[in-house]
Design a protein around this ligand. Structure first.
Ligand code: SF4
Ligand code: SF4
Length: 364
């Protein structure tokens, strides 16, 4: 039987109003516990999703500043925050003057600093991965946990698989999605499927008089299949599972480049919104803020994060008014997106030595 991994938890709940009890102070104390003593002299990369557009619910820069400060005190040779595009974080304050370290793009300024890694899963033949991240001595996966239309949720696994690769690799992972096939030769463009899709997942190409499916929004309800007078749409499976598997395989390929003692995973359970930060917008939180989780084990960190997000805590304005809970059973994210969020963790456990079994250790 696998041993349970330790997951540190900084709770956002406080007893009395004192700065020492609040989340930034607890985060600082958490870092003092988890940062290894041998970090001195190491090149550290902190991978984040810096958001986009007018989104404001990514991890607050104050926490990044605290982390960078602690790493410097611990003697790190260099500290850099990394995302796909360094510029995307400027509007949200992820700049050296605020966070205390440079922000870099994962493939370098010219987009040419990468390694190719064989994956070999269906059409996902290879992944183009950040050279600078792989060449670092210590890697911190600093993730904001939120819902995601393609796989149920986004956290530490998605932060690596979608955020440390080139656009082509991201495209290949997205092309693993599917499950509905449209035979446009049978379609008479009556648009009944479009009008009856409850999730706005049907895309119309008015020029070509063709329809397509946007799988991020699709919940496989099959209304489109039922209303189509020409049987032009058929279901071949719920292929979001392939998407989840693609995420897990790319993440495993990246993590295998490191000794486990040189990895750290930190998940922020604050501003937990329905969709990913890549939408470039923010909506109300689905549930109240929970706190911060940290572990040396990625699967334990992800599993604990999901387990702490409960349907019973759904806030009245958490869902847009045109969205509703779809299913009775499963995780809150599955009830909303119709995709099991735990699946990606299970796939990672099959492909990388990690465990979803955990024990919580509270940071006071
Ligand atoms: S299966 Fe349902 S959600 Fe998906 S495209 Fe068809 S009607 Fe829309
Ligand atoms: S309902 Fe069927 S025939 Fe009508 S637009 Fe959709 S796919 Fe085409």
């Amino acid at each position: 039987m696998k041993k349970r991994a330790k997951v540190f938890f900084a709770d956002i709940a406080i007893k009395t109003i004192e700065p020492e009890q609040t989340l930034p102070s607890r985060f600082e104390r958490m870092l003092k516990k988890v940062l290894p003593g041998n970090i001195s002299g190491k090149k550290v990369i902190i991978k984040m999703h810096l958001g986009g557009g007018i989104g404001y619910t990514t991890i607050h820069p104050l926490f990044v500043r605290i982390m960078v400060g602690e790493l410097k005190v611990a003697g790190a040779a260099s500290v850099k925050v990394m995302d796909v595009n360094a510029e995307s974080g400027v509007a949200r304050g992820y700049v050296p003057e605020v966070i205390g370290c440079p922000v870099v793009s994962c493939l370098g300024k010219n987009g040419k600093r990468f390694y190719r890694e064989k994956i070999g899963f269906k059409t996902l033949d290879e992944a183009v991965l950040s050279k600078e991240a792989i060449d670092s001595d210590f890697f911190i996966d600093l993730s904001h946990v939120k819902g995601h239309g393609d796989c149920g949720f986004g956290g530490a696994i998605k932060n690596i698989a979608m955020g440390l690769v080139d656009g082509e690799t991201r495209g290949k992972i997205h092309r693993l999605e599917g499950g509905l096939v449209v035979d446009n030769s049978k379609c008479v463009f009556c648009q009944k499927c479009f009008r009856n899709c409850p999730r706005n997942a049907i895309r119309l190409n008015k020029e070509k008089k063709e329809i397509g499916i946007f799988f991020h929004h699709c919940t496989y309800c099959q209304h489109c299949i039922m209303v189509c007078p020409k049987s032009a749409i058929t279901m071949t499976g719920r292929k979001f599972e392939d998407f989840s598997q693609g995420l897990a395989l790319v993440t495993a390929a990246f993590l295998k480049k490191f000794q486990p003692e040189n990895l750290l995973f930190i998940n922020f359970l604050t501003n937990i919104t329905i969709y990913c930060d890549c939408w470039g917008l923010s909506t109300a939180s689905l549930v109240p803020d929970i706190g911060i989780l940290c572990s040396k084990d990625i699967a334990a960190c992800e599993q604990a994060s999901l387990d702490m997000i409960k349907t019973d805590n759904l806030l009245p304005n958490g869902l847009p008014s045109d969205r509703k809970i779809l299913k009775k059973n499963g995780h809150l994210f599955e009830k909303i997106h119709s995709k099991d969020p735990y699946l990606v963790i299970k796939y990672l456990e099959k492909n990388y030595p990690c465990t979803s079994k955990y024990k919580i250790k509270k940071v006071e």
